[in-house]
Design a protein around this ligand. Structure first.
Ligand SMILES: [Zn+2]
Length: 239
C-alpha cells in the first residue's frame, strides 16, 4: 500500500489524503485455494490465500484516525505467473460511519428507524444499507400520500403533483440504487462510501423539501390575520 491514500474522511467530511502510521495483517488459514495439479508427493498445492490487512491512518486535513480494512487473495507461489494480490474489498471500519449522517428533524418515526438501521450497517454492508434506504423511501412515500406498494408508481404520482424535477431525481436515485442492491444490477456498490453518504443526504433532502418546508410554510401561513386569509381565499376562488 502506498504511503498516501485519498479517500473520504468520516470525521471532517472531506475527500482528502491520509497517511499510514502502522498496519497489521492476518491470513485466513481456512480460506485457501488449491491447485488441481498435484505436486510430487501427490498432495494438492495451495495457490492463493485470503489476506486481511488493517491500515491505521490519519487524515492529513483534520488529523483524526481511521482504520481501513483491505481483503485480498494473494498468490503463494510468486515465482509463477500469478503474481501479487487481487483486492476483494476495501472498507473503512473505524469510525463507524453511522455517525456521519443524522436523520433530519421532520423525518417520520418509522422512516427514522430504517434510516438509523442503514447507518448501523453502513461500514459493514454497502448492499444492505442501500436496500434498507430503499425501504425507508417506500415508507416515506406513504407519508407523502402514496400507496407505498410500488415506489416507481408512487414517484410518478408525486411528479404529476408538480414537484420539482430535482425532487423526482432524488427519489429515483434512492430507488434505483436500492433496487441494484436487491437485484443483480450494473452498479458496483461494494466500495462506494461516497454514494452511500449521498443516499443518506438525499433522503434527508426529500424529507426537508416535501415535509419540513411545507409544514413550516403552513404554520406561518396560519399566523396571518384572519381577514387577510379570507381575502386570499376569496381572490383564489373568484376566477
Ligand atoms: Zn479528516
Amino acid at each position: 500500500m502506498t504511503q498516501r491514500n485519498v479517500m473520504y474522511c468520516w470525521h471532517c467530511k472531506n475527500r482528502t489524503s491520509f497517511k499510514e502510521f502502522v498496519h497489521t495483517e492476518a491470513e485466513q488459514i481456512e480460506d485457501v485455494e488449491y491447485d488441481h495439479d498435484h505436486d510430487q508427493s501427490g498432495e494438492l498445492l495451495p495457490t492463493r490465500r485470503l489476506k486481511t490487512t488493517w491500515h491505521f491512518l490519519y487524515c492529513e486535513t483534520c488529523s483524526a484516525p481511521s482504520v481501513l480494512m483491505v481483503t485480498e487473495w494473494c498468490a503463494l507461489h510468486l515465482d509463477e505467473d500469478r503474481e501479487g494480490c487481487d483486492e476483494v474489498s476495501r472498507e473503512v471500519v473505524y469510525p463507524t460511519p453511522n455517525h456521519a449522517s443524522a436523520p433530519t428533524a421532520q423525518m417520520p418515526e418509522d422512516v427514522v428507524q430504517d434510516f438509523k438501521e442503514a447507518g448501523a450497517v453502513l461500514a459493514l454492508s454497502p448492499l444492505a444499507r442501500a436496500a434498507i434506504l430503499r425501504l425507508a423511501l417506500q415508507k416515506l412515500c406513504v407519508h407523502l400520500g402514496q400507496s407505498g406498494k410500488d415506489i416507481n408508481k408512487d414517484i410518478g404520482a408525486l411528479v404529476k403533483e408538480g414537484h420539482k424535477p430535482s425532487i423526482q431525481r432524488a427519489l429515483d436515485i434512492v430507488r434505483v440504487i436500492g433496487n441494484e442492491a436487491v437485484h443483480p444490477g450494473s452498479l458496483d456498490l461494494r466500495d462506494d462510501q461516497e454514494t452511500a453518504l449521498a443516499l443518506f443526504r438525499l433522503l434527508n433532502l426529500i424529507v426537508e423539501k416535501m415535509i419540513a418546508i411545507p409544514t413550516q410554510i403552513d404554520t406561518l401561513y396560519k399566523t396571518l390575520p384572519k381577514e387577510k386569509l379570507t381575502g386570499i381565499e376569496n381572490r383564489d376562488h373568484s376566477t
